[in-house]
Design a protein around this ligand. Structure first.
Ligand SMILES: [Zn+2]
Length: 57
């Protein structure tokens, strides 16, 4: 099975249940950046998201 890149927003924002899962890492990062900016008003770089929040499942 292909690996998927997953962001579980609950680990970044305790009250948020948003989960992104994609086999495309770039897409996962883009969606995560957009979610963080739109919903939480926080700007993350792709590197921060990849290192701190994205899991490979
Ligand atoms: Zn969130």
């Amino acid at each position: 099975m292909a690996k998927a890149h997953k962001l579980d927003c609950e680990s970044a924002a305790a009250d948020c249940r948003f989960i992104i899962q994609s086999e495309d890492e770039e897409e996962a990062v883009e969606l995560a950046k957009k979610h963080m900016a739109d919903v939480h008003g926080q700007e993350y770089t792709a590197e921060e998201l990849q290192e701190e929040h994205l899991q490979v499942v």
